[in-house]
Design a protein around this ligand. Structure first.
Ligand code: HEC
Ligand code: HEC
Ligand code: HEC
Ligand code: HEC
Ligand code: HEC
Ligand code: HEC
Ligand code: HEC
Ligand code: HEC
Ligand code: HEC
Ligand code: HEC
Length: 307
């Protein structure tokens, strides 16, 4: 139902466009389209839109394509806003993307979706970002030559505006190289949402990680069950204070699943107190000293993940 009404709105927009850009006055649209606006708005930041894909005049689908509404394709009918204002009177706000405007987030998003519904996809309506709260314009900037959210180096900062906890995680000692500008959030997440938990770009956590970490995919002769199940059973995907981005250090990490029977779990048991040397099971690389093939082993006698 909603999709249908958006499609109708799109058609309506296209009809109006012919009227206005042809120089005739639409109901509430400005007389000269962008030229009207630019007579007052000629600052560098507003004009930067002419360096974006939205301002390609030869693209008939774009706001500045032939017969389109130009600035008002996004900002809505600006006749009243652009008109004469009596001394002492306040200039009426343009309907959309004006700080004093009364449009809801959903209505403003509708301005964009009129052209982008298919590009953004059904995911937007099913995704985790609450559609009536998070705005397209919270992430995307229109009046800028290079939209920061579309560049790897500048994208995380846009997300951190709202996701403080992830900011903290990515600044920990061992993290994916976000702060070096070599990794972005969309390596793993679909920003417009999809049907997958936490909007991952692949069906499962492991498929997501293995896009880049093929070496941990196996198949292994001797698999380690949690590795084939979910990498985040051991790793914190955004970052952690332990080497290898582990959620905990060994032996605690291993002992969160493996019983402490059989292998000692305290550095100084009765034997070690006699010898004065702490248990070899827990020193240095701890469990990994012996079980080094923690992701799985292809060695014929690697069943205990030791080679
Ligand atoms: C006669 C001059 C004039 C014309 C023409 C005009 N504006 Fe404005 N516009 C203003 C003034 C003055 C303000 C700042 C006061 C206010 O917020 O209303 C403003 C504010 C705005 C804002 C909000 C700015 C902000 O700080 O966020 C937007 C968006 C805007 N105009 C878009 C447009 C568009 C699009 C057009 C063309 C349809 C247009 N204007 C035509 C004078 C004009
Ligand atoms: C593709 C949609 C779109 C088009 C086309 C567009 N704008 Fe905007 N404009 C926005 C959005 C969204 C904002 C809110 C701030 C932001 O995200 O950049 C905005 C903000 C503004 C602002 C206030 C802040 C700023 O960055 O200067 C002014 C003034 C403005 N637009 C004027 C115009 C004028 C004049 C035109 C035509 C030349 C125009 N806009 C075309 C979407 C658009
Ligand atoms: C009149 C139709 C129209 C409207 C309205 C519109 N867009 Fe676009 N947009 C386009 C077209 C056409 C392109 C260029 C697509 C291409 O080149 O593949 C585009 C490109 C984009 C891109 C990609 C830019 C890039 O550099 O790759 C983003 C992001 C975008 N639009 C967001 C928005 C947002 C957010 C809004 C609402 C504020 C909006 N658009 C409103 C038609 C529109
Ligand atoms: C949470 C932040 C966020 C929100 C909200 C958001 N986007 Fe995006 N958008 C992105 C990112 C990040 C990309 C780049 C995707 C990538 O690199 O895979 C993108 C890409 C795009 C593109 C370009 C797609 C392409 O393949 O070139 C368009 C068009 C677009 N967004 C439109 C929209 C519209 C319309 C809305 C609102 C309905 C919206 N976006 C809301 C973050 C966002
Ligand atoms: C304007 C604020 C805002 C911005 C900017 C924003 N988000 Fe969100 N995000 C939210 C809100 C609100 C939710 C839903 C509540 C929650 O789970 O925190 C959410 C949820 C999410 C979720 C799913 C969380 C879950 O519990 O399933 C992911 C993943 C996510 N955002 C990633 C991103 C990425 C990546 C970016 C940048 C491209 C981004 N967000 C930008 C506000 C924002
Ligand atoms: C290496 C892949 C990866 C990257 C890159 C990544 N994430 Fe995530 N993210 C995940 C996984 C996996 C989960 C779900 C598991 C979890 O909760 O730890 C998740 C969960 C989330 C959640 C929901 C957390 C919750 O507690 O519900 C948010 C919000 C989020 N990520 C935001 C971001 C932001 C912002 C960025 C960019 C700075 C980012 N992510 C980069 C993999 C990634
Ligand atoms: C978009 C590509 C990409 C994706 C997807 C990805 N990673 Fe990474 N990962 C990297 C890069 C790049 C590094 C840094 C490598 C370096 O510094 O040599 C890294 C490093 C790591 C490291 C630390 C390696 C070390 O030597 O300390 C771990 C652990 C890791 N990733 C786990 C994961 C997990 C778990 C996932 C899925 C939730 C994941 N990665 C998804 C690109 C990716
Ligand atoms: C049972 C716990 C566990 C699981 C599950 C797990 N890992 Fe690891 N991973 C480790 C340990 C332990 C290290 C070694 C950390 C160090 O360097 O101290 C490691 C190291 C890494 C490294 C660094 C390079 C290397 O080989 O030393 C990458 C990359 C990595 N893991 C990716 C993954 C991916 C991808 C998955 C999911 C397919 C995954 N891990 C699942 C425990 C695990
Ligand atoms: C999330 C739970 C989990 C974590 C964390 C975990 N494991 Fe495992 N591990 C398992 C499961 C389940 C098996 C399969 C047990 C079976 O088949 O009987 C297994 C099997 C093993 C085996 C082979 C046992 C056998 O009898 O063949 C070894 C050795 C092992 N793990 C070592 C480790 C080490 C070392 C760590 C820490 C780096 C670790 N594990 C972390 C769940 C875990
Ligand atoms: C000094 C080498 C060494 C260290 C360190 C070590 N292991 Fe082992 N582990 C072994 C050997 C050898 C076996 C095989 C015993 C067998 O085949 O009967 C084994 C077997 C296992 C098994 C299979 C089940 C069992 O008890 O036979 C698990 C699970 C395991 N270790 C977990 C751990 C954990 C967790 C740690 C860290 C607390 C750890 N290991 C540290 C040498 C070590």
């Amino acid at each position: 139902m909603r999709l249908l009404s958006l499609a109708l709105a799109g058609t309506l927009l296209a009809c109006l466009a012919v009227g206005t850009a042809g120089g005739q006055e639409g109901p509430d649209y400005s007389r000269e389209g962008a030229d009207t606006c630019l007579s007052c708005h000629e600052d560098a930041s507003t004009l930067a839109i002419f360096r974006t894909k939205h301002a390609v005049p030869s693209d008939p689908r774009g706001p500045f394509g032939h017969g389109q509404l130009q600035c008002e394709a996004c900002h809505g009918p600006g006749g009243e806003h652009a008109g004469r204002v009596r001394r002492g009177q306040e200039r009426p706000a343009i309907p959309y993307f004006h700080p004093a405007g009364t449009a809801t987030v959903e209505e403003e998003n509708g301005q964009c979706l009129g052209c982008h519904n298919s590009g953004v996809g059904f995911g937007w309506h099913a995704g985790e970002h609450p559609v009536d709260e998070v705005a397209c314009a919270d992430c995307h900037q229109m009046h800028i030559a290079r939209d920061p959210v579309l560049q790897t180096a500048t994208q995380p900062a846009v997300c951190f505006d709202c996701h403080q906890a992830q900011r903290t995680e990515t600044r920990k000692a061992f993290a994916h190289p976000f702060s070096q500008g070599k990794m972005d959030c969309t390596g793993c997440h679909s920003p417009h949402g999809d049907q997958v938990a936490t909007s991952l770009v692949r069906q499962t956590v492991n498929d997501t990680c293995q896009q880049c970490h093929a070496e941990q995919r196996g198949p292994y002769l001797w698999e380690h069950a949690p590795v084939s199940e979910d990498c985040t059973l051991c790793h914190s995907p955004h970052g952690s204070n332990h080497p290898g981005m582990l959620a905990k250090r060994a032996p605690l990490l291993c002992q969160s699943c493996h019983s402490q029977f059989g292998h000692p779990s305290i550095p100084y048991g009765p034997d070690e107190l006699v010898t004065g040397t702490p248990s070899r099971f827990l020193l240095g690389q701890s469990c990994l000293n012996c079980h080094s093939q923690v992701h799985g082993s292809n060695h014929p006698s690697g069943s205990k993940l030791m080679r």
